[in-house]
Design a protein around this ligand. Sequence first.
Ligand SMILES: Cc1cc2nc3c(=O)[nH]c(=O)nc-3n(C[C@H](O)[C@H](O)[C@H](O)COP(=O)(O)OP(=O)(O)OC[C@H]3O[C@@H](n4cnc5c(N)ncnc54)[C@H](O)[C@@H]3O)c2cc1C
Length: 446
Amino acid sequence: MNQMHVREVHERMPAVETGIGSLWEQLGGAVHASSGVALARDLTVDVAVIGAGYSGLNAAHALIGRGVETVVLDAKTVGWGASGRNGGVVSSKFRPSFPTIARVHGLETARTMHRIAHDGVRVIESVVDEYGLDDACYAHTGNLRCAHTERTFDAIRAEAEWLRQTLGDTSMSVLSREEVTRETGSSAFVGGVLGKDAGTILPLRYVRGLAAGLVRRGVPVWESTPVTKIERDGDRVLLRTPSATVRARQVIVATNAYSNLGAATAPYQQALVPFRSAMIATERLPADLDARLMVERRSYTETRRMMKWFRKVDGRMLFGGRDAFGKEGRTDGLAALQRAMIGLFPDLADVKVEYGWSGYVAMTFSALPQIGRADDRTVFCLGYNGAGVAMASLLGRHAAALALGERPELSLLAADGLKPVPFLALRTPGVRLVAAWYQLLDAVGV
Ligand SMILES: Cc1cc2nc3c(=O)[nH]c(=O)nc-3n(C[C@H](O)[C@H](O)[C@H](O)COP(=O)(O)OP(=O)(O)OC[C@H]3O[C@@H](n4cnc5c(N)ncnc54)[C@H](O)[C@@H]3O)c2cc1C
């Protein structure tokens, strides 16, 4: 296997945690007019949004659409969190399958959750449209779920059939082994299910483009501004940052897996199990491989418990997975990803990996995102369980509605207060144990 090619990392780049650069940073994107500037004077606004990722910026978008005076504060830079690091897979599902949701919570709930999941994709489409984010290269490509065993193929086929028959969702189609091999260029899969209502996007360009658009519309987005304390102040709250304060009627906490960047938001981390997720990108593929691999240019996921996903960007193979968990600051998680990629695509054995980076996804105990009120002044949305490109965009908007006293349709995502995960102290060793167990089950093919 070839050595990873280590790049110098731009100072702003999230990937400093791994020491290898991010393709997204290399591809760049619009930087908003006040980029890099910290809040330096006291402000009074209607709503203060903490976190400049998809959740926070979409909340700000919904608020200014209603004429609500809003400010966005981020401890780092726009997209520094997961919104600038992810795979850019725009999906219309939750971790629990819709048949499972129906079995546990009833058919009507499954129907509503299905609608919410697809609403997420619509939000991406509308934001791309409204802000003219052409350079984010959103494409409604569909997602192909590739089965690695006959058993998982049966399961995803049955799920697609249930969706068609029970919910009338005809966007799923079953692909044979030959079809999946032809589409992906990998013979490692026994079949697959194509979900047509899904897409791909360039994640950092999306978040940066949205921030730039908001700034143009008059929403201040302050970077390098960690919120360190939130206090009551009469009928308002007072947010303290290192050099200024913000008084607001309502606060939206949109800090997700990075909530512990500031003392004021650290309690939100207790509702989550942060899980490290990593990505690699190869050099540009030689023409023959480019013509053979992922010919439809969709996003691709597989059915292993420790799921891998892949897509083609910029003529490169992009490959992601959870192998970097527990390997902070090290590159061996990335080497494990490279091995997994070559396992599925032996043709890539001699192709150089040029980029590698990682970030935290926020898992929740229920495996579902949560949105609700922490108190009468504070709304939060978090816990996208690794599928937040569309869902964080949608829930950011719903968080804005909650802050304005409205009641958006939230179904199972509605959280009645912030609930720390049970056995909090055990969550890191617990996740490590579960990850190892899943890796073992995947390895023996059950
Ligand atoms: C490697 C990786 C791959 C992924 N791939 C996919 C994918 O392909 N498809 C998909 O749907 N999802 C994916 N996800 C998940 C998705 O990226 C997230 O769910 C989504 O970006 C969450 O957005 P957010 O705005 O809620 O949080 P974030 O983007 O993490 O933003 C939170 C922000 O809050 C700021 N912050 C934190 N605390 C404070 C504070 N006290 N004061 C001020 N600011 C603060 C941080 O600096 C950060 O910018 C992936 C995630 C990772 C890490």
